[in-house]
Design a protein around this ligand. Structure first.
Ligand code: ADP
Length: 260
């Protein structure tokens, strides 16, 4: 149940996916988590609020699609034929997909508010929000716009190295100060599963995400391995949705999806 009516009234749970810095796999985890939830039979929306690097349409093979207006607001793009994943992204509003959003802060914040207020999501089990990184204006605007909703929870993504530089610690402090409920910490790229012998090699340090969660007194939700299947699928234009269940990340993300 949400605290306010409006276009998010039919959303069961809002997952705010955060990271201390870019490049740790926030967008990848947002997209994969949405797919894992869909495989568990849930209806999912993804709000790609990363205005300066909207990568979810490319990841879900939805580039070039258009959003339409209806009486209730913007109709999101459905990325699968079953219409179980709805997506809204600034990428759908740009004339060229690789165009950069070079707006000033207030204009970006206004668009975020519009995304939260004006997208006609309909009933959803989960709305996954891929947030802009760091403490940018858009990041703050996303948190501000969603804070009134009681079904909101934050999911913090880290890599083992990011833990070392303390970015995630700062993000968790930000959540506490902003009064956000932290659902838990996810450690991404935490090991490489060999596709030939299935042995897991810890390329970076290991266990940092779990230790960080314990230190902050929040749940540790699990580790997602470095996943060559998905990395290749993204680079070579494979079908991310089709390839997802074959990937080593699938069991890890499915287990995380059951905890949120
Ligand atoms: P962020 O949203 O934090 O900036 P991205 O999700 O865009 O990061 O990820 C950065 C890069 O790392 C992308 O090229 C993505 O494909 C790759 N990547 C992220 N997580 C994984 C993973 N678990 N396995 C393989 N590649 C990954």
């Amino acid at each position: 149940m949400t605290a306010e009516p409006g276009n998010l009234a039919g959303v069961g749970r809002i997952l705010l996916v955060l990271s201390g810095k870019g490049g740790v796999g926030k967008s990848t985890v947002s997209a994969e988590l949405a797919l894992a939830l869909r495989h568990a039979g849930k209806k999912v929306g993804i709000l790609d609020a990363d205005l300066c690097g909207p990568s979810i349409p490319r990841m879900l093979r939805a580039q070039g699609r258009a959003v339409h207006q209806c009486d209730g607001g913007w109709v999101p793009v459905f990325v699968d034929p079953e219409k179980s994943i709805a997506l809204m992204s600034v990428g759908f509003l740009l004339e060229k997909p690789d165009e950069a959003v070079v707006w000033r802060g207030p204009k970006k914040s206004a668009l975020i508010k519009q995304f939260v207020r004006d997208v006609a999501w309909g009933p959803l089990d989960y709305l996954v929000v891929d947030t802009p990184p760091g403490t940018s204006d858009e990041h703050m605007a996303t948190v501000e716009a969603l804070r009134p909703y009681s079904c909101l929870g934050a999911l913090v993504v880290t890599t083992p190295q990011a833990v070392a530089v303390g970015d995630v610690r700062r993000e968790l402090t930000f959540c506490r100060k902003a009064g956000l409920q932290v659902i838990g910490v996810v450690e991404n790229m935490s090991g490489f599963v060999c596709p030939h012998c299935t042995e897991c090699t810890n390329v970076f340090s290991t266990g940092g995400g779990e230790e960080l969660a314990r230190h902050a007194g929040v749940p540790f939700l699990g580790s997602v391995p470095l996943d060559p299947t998905l990395a290749r699928s993204l680079e070579e234009g494979g079908d991310f949705i089709q390839d997802f269940p074959k990937s080593p990340a699938f069991p890890a993300l499915s287990a995380i999806a059951q905890k949120i």
